[in-house]
Design a protein around this ligand. Sequence first.
Ligand code: F6P
Length: 322
Amino acid sequence: MKKIGIITSGGDSPGMNACLRAVVRAAVHFNMEVTGFYKGYEGLIDNDYVNLNTTSVSGIIQRGGTILKTARSKRFFTDEGQNKAAQHLKDHGIGGFVVIGGDGSFKGAIELSKKIDIPIIGCPGTIDNDLIGTDFTIGYDTAINTVVEAVDKIRDTAESHDRIFVIEVMGRDAGLIAIRSAIASGAEALLVPEMKNDIEVLIGKIKNWRTSKSSKIVIVAEGEQYGGAYKVAELIKKESPEFDVRVTVLGHIQRGGNPTCMERVNASLMGYNAVIALRNGRRNDMVGIINNKITFTPFEKSVKHIEQLDRNLLNMIEVLSS
Ligand code: F6P
């Protein structure tokens, strides 16, 4: 393998740059050239590329976002888009391909592999942490730390006014940002897409919390069943007008910022091992880290959503938030 291609794809996540840096530096170390395509599959379709070398990835390990830019490509869902992308890879003489992205990006990789016979390795880049085959995806640790920092600040004002805050975090289909940030910020309750959340139960809980508890934080994942934080706050107010309720939607702040130390290390490990995997003849697998060990999971399996949240974590929230 003389040349590899790489994209960052889907929603950006802090640590993508660290992963890209590791891929490029490892490839150069093993005497391979690297071509990066801008904006994920869009750049592959348009042949919008840059040749990357050791210095192209200098000074990026600490930066959020992705220097390769990213996109959610609608055109890549079409046969025409996929054929163009495959043709451009052939024209460049690319013998192996790395995709840094989430489930949509790996579904794209599965389609691409039907059009061109080159090995593809995925590095899990998404703040959602919702891929099977890794304990942590690139971006998750930074995102939850961002959430916790924000909730700590909200807690100060909530305490001062004896208020309930309903705080919305990202996660269209997954409550994994919500669950860990709820634990770490000492939140009183949690609403997530994976569970049938009963608003009556939540309101009952709020009413029964000890009176000495002056602030109450409810963390809501954006994809939960009632339609997000504003809707949940409305339902609480309707049932219990006596509560002073406020809403904060954290939004895209969760996707930015300098990656944490853990993120940089994991992203580097995944990028480095993606190159080793390509050299070893692996194909169509996502690299992950489980129990501190590098693992590989076929794309078909990795894109299946984690359906159940860790019961132990959920039970713990119930007990510790009393
Ligand atoms: O997949 C990552 C994610 O941040 C989700 O948590 C969120 O629902 C979605 O992307 C938002 O996507 P966009 O930035 O395209 O609106």
